[in-house]
Design a protein around this ligand. Structure first.
Ligand SMILES: Cc1cc2nc3c(=O)[nH]c(=O)nc-3n(C[C@H](O)[C@H](O)[C@H](O)COP(=O)(O)OP(=O)(O)OC[C@H]3O[C@@H](n4cnc5c(N)ncnc54)[C@H](O)[C@@H]3O)c2cc1C
Length: 291
């Protein structure tokens, strides 16, 4: 199927882009890489009269060290994130998650911000943003906002972004000493969305206790989410004090309901989720302990 007729807008800066979004209201939609939006338009799952393209917009692309964090422009492609030496060195979880997204062709067009704004519950980047306590920078006609990832994902494919608000950049904390990261997922075929997955970030103190940990879950509910009760229970404990299986059990116990679909029953998906958390936890703790 083909998309309905559309008007195309190519603003040159972010202020012009949000001006267009405000002026055109719910008739307009931002397009970044188009890797989620174009299929939705073609299938008529979304109908908009106007597309506001981010491709030429200044200041929403690039990867930089800023104020002790790594800033990545929202319109930076997933392929650029995957090639970045800064990301590989300073935000290794993001680097490790990138090759798991679709195929090379998709990552070449798809953007970091598009993935986070689209907020698919089975996508890798939203769960990574949660596991890393990322901060999301936005611009609207009312000004700029900085939103913690922990509050950003509000429901199925929905976020705190207003209709006329642009995600302009995402900042990630730089890896600290004695930290470890891992992302694990199970998909039916390479390049498919995961049936379930987990992104884990762990930081140990000098005595080998867990100073901070985050467990991001994807494919396991209507939104990407964190296992916050399990994280709180683990913090301050000896890293060897809980087996990876116990951690996984605790993480999945706080997921009230797991979706069932053509690819996996709820029980099977829950089982896969447990296995992915256990694997990611084990690898992240090992990396943190080896540093
Ligand atoms: C075959 C296939 C397989 C895929 N597999 C995976 C996978 O395994 N894992 C995965 O995570 N993704 C997967 N994707 C999706 C892909 O990664 C998309 O690139 C991504 O979800 C959306 O990014 P985009 O830049 O293409 O956004 P678009 O499709 O352009 O936009 C998506 C949504 O986000 C909004 N948006 C985009 N940028 C902004 C912004 N800066 N501010 C505000 N709103 C914005 C748009 O308005 C739209 O609602 C797959 C896609 C395909 C076609």
């Amino acid at each position: 199927m083909k998309p309905p007729p559309l008007s195309y807008h190519a603003p040159e800066d972010a202020a012009e882009a949000v001006g267009l979004l405000a002026e055109l209201g719910d008739e307009a939609k931002v397009i970044a890489g188009g890797q989620s939006l174009v299929p939705m338009l073609a299938l008529r799952l979304a109908v908009f009269g106007h597309l506001v393209d981010l491709r030429r917009v200044d200041g929403v692309r690039g990867i930089e060290r800023r104020d002790g964090r790594v800033w990545i422009g929202a319109a930076t492609t997933q392929a650029e994130v995957g090639r970045s030496e800064t990301v590989a060195a300073d935000v290794p979880l993001l680097a490790r998650a990138t090759p798991l997204i679709g195929h090379f062709q998709i990552r070449n067009r798809g953007t970091l911000g598009g993935s986070i704004a689209h907020a698919d519950a089975a996508a890798e980047y939203p769960a990574v943003a949660l596991a890393l306590d990322a901060e999301l920078e936005t611009l609207s006609p009312r000004g700029t906002r900085t939103l913690p990832a922990a509050e950003f994902f509000t429901g199925m494919w929905s976020t705190l972004l207003e209709e006329d608000e642009l995600l302009t950049g995402v900042t990630f904390p730089v890896r600290g000493p004695r930290s470890g990261f891992a992302v694990e997922e199970f998909a039916r075929r390479s390049g498919d969305f995961a049936i379930a997955g987990a992104a884990v970030a762990v930081e140990l103190d000098g005595a080998g206790r867990i100073a901070r940990c985050r467990i991001g879950l994807f494919g396991l509910g209507p939104t990407p989410r964190r296992a916050t009760a399990a994280e709180a229970e683990l913090t301050g404990r000896d890293a060897a004090g809980r087996t990876p299986e116990e951690v996984a059990e605790a993480a999945l116990a706080e997921v009230a309901s797991v979706p069932a679909d053509l690819h996996a029953s709820a029980d099977y998906r829950r089982h896969i989720g447990r296995v992915m958390v256990a694997r990611a936890w084990k690898r992240a703790v090992k990396e943190a302990s080896d540093v």
